[in-house]
Design a protein around this ligand. Structure first.
Ligand code: OOG
Ligand code: MG
Length: 262
């Protein structure tokens, strides 16, 4: 930690205002070059408290920058973890108002719902699969509050890992008989294929991303409670969208997820 409480509160307000006012800001490490990952998670936590004070609730957890494609696209090589709030949920096939977002991008993800809590350290993919109630296909709409989607790891963690909206669709399936490594997905934008991947793109197996989240929380004395919804991170690079775009992602064995930007 390098920042004092006042600075953490001010940066949380700064970043949340950028979200709520739909206005991009410069990345916070420009003004605070010594800001470290602990500072960044403290800012993210302060954003959580601001939202909870307005009766918004955490609806799930997310891992991000968990695939080579995403790491390469963003120039970052370590995963990050963030929070998904109830107001970010969009029904499958629903509409998303583009003018409420700065510069949205979509990414296809496999989401997990736990039936048992997960506690690190030492959590691994096998423990995640044993604790998983079901998986569902999802699309995350990310919207970095930073100009031109340019950031470093500390900046993006503080910005709640660009979390903005999410859509869950398809069918919920238990992991028995499902190979999440070879599970394929194809993303179409306006009827054209724009990205495709298999589950293994996410750290070799998407359950590894959930294990990494459990281990990250363990370092803070927390666990992932039973019932938690967790997004494991984009398997492909993120695709820019604007008003008028329709997104449709087909997941092998899990059905599809779609939305329109208006
Ligand atoms: C950070 C969020 C990354 C993912 O699935 O990789 C993320 C960003 O790229 O803006 O959610
Ligand atoms: Mg994501």
């Amino acid at each position: 930690m390098t920042l004092d409480q006042d600075t953490i509160q001010n940066l949380a307000a700064h970043l949340e205002d950028a979200e709520l006012n739909v206005r991009a800001v410069t990345k916070i490490t420009d003004a605070h070059p010594s800001l470290d990952w602990d500072d960044a998670y403290a800012i993210q936590h302060a954003i959580r408290l601001r939202k909870e004070a307005r009766s918004q609730r955490v609806a799930g957890l997310k891992a991000g920058l968990t695939s080579r494609a995403k790491m390469k696209q963003m120039g970052v090589d370590v995963p990050c973890f963030g929070l998904i709030f109830d107001y970010m949920s969009v029904p499958n096939g629903g509409e998303i108002e583009a003018n409420k977002l700065i510069h949205p991008k979509v990414e296809a993800e496999i989401a997990f719902v736990l039936k048992q809590p997960l506690r690190g350290p030492g959590c691994h993919a096998g423990a995640v699969l044993a604790a998983t109630d079901f998986v569902v296909p999802a699309v995350e709409i990310i919207d970095s509050r930073y100009e031109n989607f340019r950031f470093d790891l500390a900046s993006v963690i503080a910005d709640n890992t660009s979390a903005s909206r999410f859509v869950v669709g398809g069918v919920a399936r238990g992991v028995e008989g499902l190979d999440l490594r070879t599970l394929g997905l194809v993303m179409e934008k306006n009827g054209e294929i724009v990205a495709m991947a298999a589950g293994a793109a996410v750290l070799g197996h998407p359950a590894v991303a959930v294990a990494a989240l459990a281990n990250h929380l363990a370092a803070r004395g927390e666990e992932i409670p039973a019932g938690t919804f967790i997004m494991s991170g984009g398997a492909t690079e993120a695709i820019s969208v604007a008003a008028g775009d329709a997104i449709h992602v087909r997941f092998q064995d899990l059905g599809s997820v779609s939305m329109r930007f208006v």
